[in-house]
Structures are given as structure tokens and as C-alpha cells.
Ligand binder design. Structure first.
Ligand code: ZN
Length: 332
């Protein structure tokens, strides 16, 4: 059997277990057994611990357990704060003359759609953050409290990852911010749906389909439209179920992000630290190999391959000489 080299996913799992253990409960042996059974190449628990430490060091991640009585102090130094986030919304309630191909005017709207709940977490950290309307708030469609809580959460992030985030979530959230007079937030968006559309030809780009195809953790199912109707009516059990469903999406989005990460183009981890050596733009690793050159119509650059996440990047210096650049012809 071919053994797999330890990858980001395995290391993240170890990091998560280390944080959860709060430095008290042993877990290395169990993790070693688990990852070995998944086909990873690990000698023993010391080997796994060693490699995880090196992986963390490379990313500037330190986990302190100095203050045992308060919350675990996870200090991720010199890294951008990356959030995975997803929202749920309540549908519009409207008058309608029929059920097929309707064109609903604004004076037919009884209740406008609104934010129902949100869930999120920081990448590489186990805690989940979430909020949902209370039954009273749902009945009145009063979104102020949960809009404020998602504003507080998102304001702590440099980068936000989500599926269809740039076309749906961010606009929906901004609308709520504006309604409630909350100031705008600025962060880089990594949209897994856009990455899937731009780079691949899956038959569907729905997260459920993608995660199924890629064999990774998936969204949990819910009971469909009735669940949204019950939430809108302020049913407590339904609201609880919705929150669970919302939280389930986060794990699935995070796994999809890790799968698609080598194709991410619009953010650079290296901007957030002071290291002056070459770093992989998407995972921050310095474990890079030069892999030939990258050419455009105007120049030649060194091409790099990240040995950790496999992403391809290139240097910023055009390697062509001044004279060579001058002599270049452009196809016309
Ligand atoms: Zn990388």
C-alpha cells in the first residue's frame, strides 16, 4: 500500500486536538492510530508530534496553555485572521394570484426576507460561533441583535471564506448592516463557488454535489421548506434545527476550501507577516521548490510549487534583460 505524506488536513486535525486537550489530556497516541489507519506515513506518536510542531512553527502558530483557569489562549502570530462563514435567511412572504411563473410586485410583499441566523469559525481553530433569531424576534423579523453579533464576529477577520459568499452572503449581510446603521466592513473574500466555477467543470457547483464528488465532509440535510416556514413562525425546535444545519455547513465549507486552496488567487498570507523569504501565497509555507519558469507576452518569471499545499506561484521579478525586453515583438 502506498502511504500518504502528512498534509495540511492531517496537521490541522492534530492542531485542533492539541487545542482541545488544553495541554492536559493525552491524544497523540490516538491521533497516530487514526491517521495511520487513514493511510498516512507516520512512524510513531513522537514522529507525528514532531512534524506537527514543525508545521505549526512554519506558519507562526503557537498554542499556549499557561493560564489553565481561563479560556485557552490560542495565539496565532503573524497570520491573517481567516473566517469561514455562512448565513441563513427567511424568505419573503407575499400575496400571489397563482403558483406558476409569478411576477410579484413590491406592493404584494407582506413581509420582506431577512437574516435568520449565521454560523462561523476561525480557520485552524475548533470553536464555532453562531447566532439565530429568538422565537419572538423571528415572529417580528427583528434582526438587529443577530446583525450586530455577525458584525462583531466578521469585524475580527481579515479574510472570509464562504460558498457563494461574494454574490449572496456579503450582499445580504451588508443590506442588514445598512438597515441597522452599522458601518461597513472590509475584508478579502475567498468564494469557493467562484473558484469551482472558474477552474473546474463539475456538473453542479452546489456545495453538496462538490463535496460528494470530492469525498469530503458534507452538509447535513434538513427537512426542507417546512423548516424555513416554522422558523418564520417562531417555532423554537425549528430554530434550533436551523442553527445546527447552519453550523454543519461550516465544517463542509472549510473542507471544500482546503481542497480548492491551491486554486485560490486573490489573497496572500505573506502580506500579513514580516518574513522576507518566499512564502506560498495561500498557505504561508516556506517549503517551496522552483519549478521552471512562467511566461507572459512581456516576460519570464520563476515559477514556484508549494510542497505543502501544491499551489503554484511565481516570483515578481521579470528575469528578461533590458535588451531582451526591448527586442520582444508582440503578436498583432
Ligand atoms: Zn502552500
Amino acid at each position: 500500500m502506498n502511504l500518504k505524506k502528512l498534509d495540511d488536513r492531517a496537521f490541522n486535525e492534530c492542531l485542533e486536538a492539541r487545542i482541545m486537550s488544553r495541554g492536559r489530556t493525552p491524544f497523540w497516541e490516538e491521533k497516530t492510530r487514526k491517521l495511520k489507519s487513514e493511510g498516512y506515513d507516520i512512524k510513531d506518536k513522537e514522529d507525528l508530534r514532531d512534524k506537527t510542531r514543525k508545521w505549526c512553527k512554519k506558519r507562526g502558530i503557537t498554542v499556549n496553555f499557561e493560564n489553565e483557569n481561563t479560556n485557552t489562549n490560542i495565539e496565532v502570530k503573524q497570520s491573517p485572521r481567516v473566517i469561514v462563514c455562512d448565513i441563513e435567511s427567511l424568505p419573503i412572504i407575499s400575496y400571489s394570484w397563482g403558483i406558476w411563473d409569478q411576477n410579484i410586485g413590491i406592493n404584494q410583499i407582506i413581509e420582506d426576507g431577512c437574516l435568520l441566523g449565521w454560523a462561523g469559525k476561525y480557520l485552524n481553530e475548533p470553536e464555532m460561533y453562531s447566532d439565530i433569531l429568538t422565537p419572538q424576534e423571528a415572529k417580528k423579523r427583528d434582526t438587529y441583535r443577530i446583525t450586530k453579533s455577525i458584525w462583531d464576529f466578521l469585524s475580527s477577520g481579515d479574510v472570509v471564506i464562504g460558498h457563494n459568499y461574494s454574490q449572496f452572503d456579503v450582499k445580504y449581510i451588508n443590506t442588514e448592516f445598512l438597515r441597522h446603521n452599522l458601518p461597513p466592513l472590509k475584508y478579502t473574500i475567498v468564494d469557493t463557488l467562484s473558484i469551482a466555477k472558474q477552474n473546474f467543470r463539475f456538473s453542479s457547483n452546489k456545495m453538496k454535489f462538490l463535496n460528494d464528488q470530492l469525498g469530503i465532509r458534507n452538509k447535513i440535510d434538513n427537512s426542507g421548506f417546512d423548516l424555513w416556514r416554522l422558523c418564520s413562525e417562531g417555532d423554537e425546535t425549528a430554530l434550533k434545527e436551523m442553527l445546527e444545519y447552519n453550523i454543519g455547513d461550516i465544517g463542509a465549507t472549510e473542507e471544500l476550501f482546503y481542497k480548492l486552496r491551491p486554486y485560490v488567487r486573490n489573497f496572500n498570507v505573506a502580506l500579513y507577516n514580516t518574513l522576507e523569504t518566499e512564502q506560498c501565497p495561500v498557505c504561508g509555507s516556506t517549503n517551496l521548490v522552483k519549478e521552471g519558469h512562467y511566461y507572459t507576452s512581456a516576460g519570464m518569471w520563476i515559477s514556484y510549487r508549494c510542497k505543502d499545499c501544491k499551489c503554484i506561484s511565481r516570483g515578481k521579478e521579470n528575469l528578461l534583460s533590458k535588451d531582451k525586453k526591448k527586442s520582444l515583438l508582440i503578436n498583432s
